[in-house]
Design a protein around this ligand. Structure first.
Ligand code: GLU
Length: 309
């Protein structure tokens, strides 16, 4: 990977990479690939390698999975800088960013359940003609968008669980108002369709994304953008399944006036039947491979990381 960094060209000492697993299941070979890929890229760039534990989901995150992550990484021989960041220690930071976005008038509360969303979509169209986001989910049909202040006040006072959504059309309009340059990012790896180089993503393909979930006071998109900036991450290496999410992250970075990292999306390790590996499908965990006598060298070899460089 080239040592290009739009923030600080040529200053290798400040390069920072991160591996950011969620402690909500046992890591599998896909995570090992991502961690080894990140370690190799960080080493080649002479960068620091940080570990971030993405534990905003307090109901699914468990100590034993965190311990498992540490064991897996030790086993693979991957060393991180000592300052590990736990997202659960940073809810106040996410709230600060949220307040900043709220001040821009581009957020709104939403009480809709999945059932309400499905019902609204069936009312407006046949479900198979309704637009979908890159992950295959139906775009939010706008049930709680553009309500009166009185409606929102009543909703907030009612005590029902609320999400907070980004009004994507307003956010993009605000972006265009403030910037004459298009929204872009630098892809040093490849997207799922071979995209690389200067990418001009369109965040509107996601519709009104959730920035605060009903069950936790933040979301993946909000936290990841705040964390990467707070940790001074210059290079984001992660799986191609997150390539399209970069559109949202770049939009939020610009609206929050945060620095621009470089992105490097990598291929996904697939299961025998060509599906993406997943924790919930009980794909072979690194822990079980380790316990059944597979060596870390064999895993490195299997994933194409034989040579330390
Ligand atoms: N926590 C995410 C995952 O386990 C990675 C997030 C990221 O790299 O942006 O897939």
């Amino acid at each position: 990977m080239a040592n290009h960094n739009p923030q600080n060209p040529g200053d290798k000492a400040t390069f920072r990479f991160r591996f950011a697993p969620s402690p909500n299941g046992w890591l599998h070979l896909g995570h090992a690939y991502s961690a080894l890929f990140t370690e190799r890229a960080a080493r080649a760039a002479g960068a620091e390698l940080l570990l971030r534990i993405e534990d905003i989901d307090q109901t699914r995150s468990r100590q034993e999975y965190y311990d498992g992550i540490r064991e897996d990484m030790n086993w693979l021989g991957i060393n991180f800088a000592p300052n590990i960041r736990f997202q659960s220690n940073h809810f106040a930071d996410y709230k600060k960013a949220l307040d900043q976005l709220a001040g821009l008038g581009i957020l709104y509360p939403c009480a809709a359940t999945r059932k309400d969303i499905d019902a609204e979509i069936s009312r407006k169209a046949t479900p198979d003609t309704w637009p979908r986001d890159p992950d295959g989910g139906p775009l939010y049909p706008g049930i709680w968008r553009d309500r009166s202040d009185a409606d929102y006040a009543r909703l907030t006072e009612s005590g029902v669980p609320l999400a907070i959504r980004l009004d994507m059309a307003k956010a993009v309009a605000l972006y265009k108002n403030r910037n004459t340059f298009p929204l872009t990012f630098e892809e040093q790896g490849t997207g799922p369709d071979g995209q690389s180089g200067k990418i001009q993503p369109d965040p509107q393909i996601w519709g009104d994304v959730v920035l605060v979930r009903k069950d936790t006071p933040t979301s993946y998109h909000l936290s990841v953008v705040v964390d990467d900036a707070d940790q001074g991450i210059t290079h984001i290496t992660r799986g191609q399944d997150l390539f399209h999410a970069t559109a949202i992250h770049r939009l939020l970075q610009i609206l929050l006036e945060l620095p621009e990292p470089v992105y490097c999306h990598h291929r996904l390790i697939r299961a025998g039947d060509d599906r993406k590996l997943s924790k919930s499908a009980m794909d072979a965990s690194l822990k079980s491979l380790r316990q059944s006598g597979t060596s870390a060298e064999e895993v490195r070899h299997m994933l194409g990381f034989d040579n330390p460089d």
